[in-house]
Design a protein around this ligand. Structure first.
Ligand SMILES: [Zn+2]
Ligand SMILES: [Zn+2]
Length: 220
């Protein structure tokens, strides 16, 4: 299910150092976050925290560690506040830049911290694949992500087809100028037998008209 990014959890980097399960594991080790996985497990299972909350918690911890490492005195709420200033979409650019400057002046490597922040998806796959937690309650539909995956698949197939034809042409086994392949996936509704182009279907309201008619019949 996870898109393979080439740095999945199963394959560690081939280095002499201890291998990390994934980016979460790497950052955990870089910032010496002891018992991190136990704490994640506890927060997820016992305290019923969602992945979104744990993502913020983890990233704030990263920032706090970086601030401490730079020698800053970190008071309660400091890391939380700076994290918001660095990452929240509602924060003005000028505010964000001021926060970054403040941190840099105190010796914090803001760029490294920013790249060490983990995303929702990264944490979710760490919980699922590395810690083997059942995360099914955290599935949230993401149609635009799913569309992109399907679209990438289509591109991959057309590349293969075009490559095949070009090879045949080069070897004189076929004759066509600049072959362009195209592909689109379709789904058929089991109720009304309508055929939908999957990408079109998902780009609009993904409801088959027959399903809409069912609910409209009661109020004409
Ligand atoms: Zn991991
Ligand atoms: Zn239908």
């Amino acid at each position: 299910m996870q898109p393979s990014s080439g740095q999945g959890c199963a394959t560690g980097p081939k280095t002499m150092t201890k291998t990390s399960c994934c980016k979460v594991g790497r950052v955990r080790d870089d910032y010496s976050m002891y018992n991190l996985d136990e704490r994640l497990l506890h927060k997820y299972n016992e305290e019923d925290k969602g992945v979104r909350t744990l993502e913020d918690w983890f990233n704030q911890l990263v920032l706090e560690r970086a601030m401490e490492k730079a020698g800053m005195t970190v008071l309660d709420g400091d890391a939380e506040n700076y994290y918001r200033l660095l990452t929240d979409d509602d924060v003005l650019d000028s505010e964000r830049r001021r926060a970054e400057t403040e941190l840099r002046e105190q010796g914090v490597d803001v760029d490294t911290v920013n790249t060490d922040f983990i995303s929702y998806r990264t944490l979710l796959s760490h919980l699922k694949d590395c810690l083997d937690i059942d995360t099914s309650r955290d599935y949230s539909p993401d149609i635009s992500h799913d569309r992109k995956q399907i679209s990438k698949m289509q591109t991959r197939f057309t590349n293969v087809v075009e490559g095949t034809l070009e090879r045949l042409v080069r070897n004189g086994a076929a004759s066509i100028d600049d072959p362009r392949a195209s592909i689109s996936f379709h789904v058929r509704c089991g109720e009304c037998d309508r055929r939908h182009n999957v990408l079109d279907f998902l780009s609009e309201n993904p409801v088959c008209p027959c399903q809409e008619a069912e609910s409209a019949e009661s109020n004409p």
